[in-house]
Design a protein. Sequence first.
Length: 122
Amino acid sequence: MRFKSGFLVGLGAGYVLGAKAGEERYQQIVDAARSLRENPGVQRLTGEVNQTVSVGKDRVGEAASSKVEQVGNAAAAQASKAKDAVSSVGKKAEDKTASAGTPPETISTTSASSGSRPSEKR
């Protein structure tokens, strides 16, 4: 529909600009367009369309704002859960280290080409 109306406007503009009928025909077309634009029915219809578009725009804006807020709240809740999970894992690791009383053993490795095996340091 959008293409058709654009095509018709372009066709009309092309005719007006390219018309060889002269100034008289051009003036007739301009007067017809002006009388159509000033027609009370057309003005009423234009006002209703503008009002409908405005109401639709407001509704879409409100719906989008609501969805953005919902997504933001859900993301904040997920971030909080992740933070709590990381915190609880860190506390468990600290508790294991504290209950063992000694630091965990470290294992050093040497190059495989030297032929020696990894040794444990205590």
